[in-house]
Design a protein around this ligand. Sequence first.
Ligand code: DQA
Length: 147
Amino acid sequence: TSLLILNGPNLNLLGTRQPEVYGRTTLADVRAICEAEARDHGMTIAFEQSNHEGALIDLIHAARGTHAGIVLNAGAYTHTSVALMDAISSASVPLVEVHLSNIHAREAFRHRSFIAPVALGQICGFGATGYALAIRALAAHLAHEPG
Ligand code: DQA
């Protein structure tokens, strides 16, 4: 079983970007955490990052039939992108929304998520650990809803 771990805009800068908000963990560290967690559940991952909305949409479309689930940190597109929301609905691959920071404790414009209504659930505020929690949640979901 394979999962797609998908990261949106500016997450390539993780570790150096606003460390007071996002910590010192790099995207390479996040990838290693995801690989270890997936392995614990007998799964593999594809790990992607793009700063481009259309590229993220293409990857979500391509996940259908390729990946059993998606972990998505859509970055700021979370709060703006009807197109990403529609892509998730169209692909109908189970998806868990992740944010490193607690978006509900931040500016009001970060409280709204276009991803949340089409996600199994949302995990935020736990840094890179949130990705591992999301993989665990997908593993449990897939065990109950195979195929
Ligand atoms: C983020 C939260 C978003 O509001 C922000 O635009 C990001 C990162 C997070 O992981 O905490 O780019 O998705």
